[in-house]
Design a protein around this ligand. Structure first.
Ligand SMILES: C[S@@+](CC[C@H](N)C(=O)[O-])C[C@H]1O[C@@H](n2cnc3c(N)ncnc32)[C@H](O)[C@@H]1O
Length: 105
């Protein structure tokens, strides 16, 4: 949230949305795949990952088409990590199936 403030990005989900999103993510079955469309600068993904941890069986993917947002979202993570960058509508057919899907516009 500090990163979003510093970037002047006002569209991150607030805790009233992030907490239930984290709870829904936590409930995915073993081997579950969680998708977020619209990474922003990473607040939403942080909530989803906080719901999944400490599990290692589930995966979370987040897609952002604006490089000025996807870059800050990936900062501080492993060099090989980063949200797929591009239009979710183009990437979705190549990514397989997910449940649940969190879509923001
Ligand atoms: C409301 S913000 C989401 C913020 C983030 N989920 C969070 O809670 O911190 C919506 C984001 O969706 C992205 N977006 C909108 N349409 C998209 C699309 N078709 N593909 C990828 N990203 C998209 C926008 O660039 C914007 O960063």
């Amino acid at each position: 949230m500090e990163r979003a403030r510093a970037a002047g990005f006002p569209y991150s989900c607030d805790p009233a949305v992030g907490r239930p999103a984290a709870t829904l993510a936590a409930g995915v079955p073993e081997g579950g795949r969680v998708l977020e469309i619209g990474t922003g600068v990473g607040v939403g993904p942080a909530w989803l990952v906080s719901g999944l941890l400490p599990r290692t069986d589930a995966a979370m993917t987040t897609i952002e088409h604006d490089p000025d947002r996807a870059g800050p979202a990936a900062r501080g993570s492993r060099p090989d990590f980063g949200p797929p960058r591009g239009d979710a509508l183009e990437l979705l057919p190549k990514l397989g199936t997910y449940d649940p899907v969190f879509a923001y516009s």
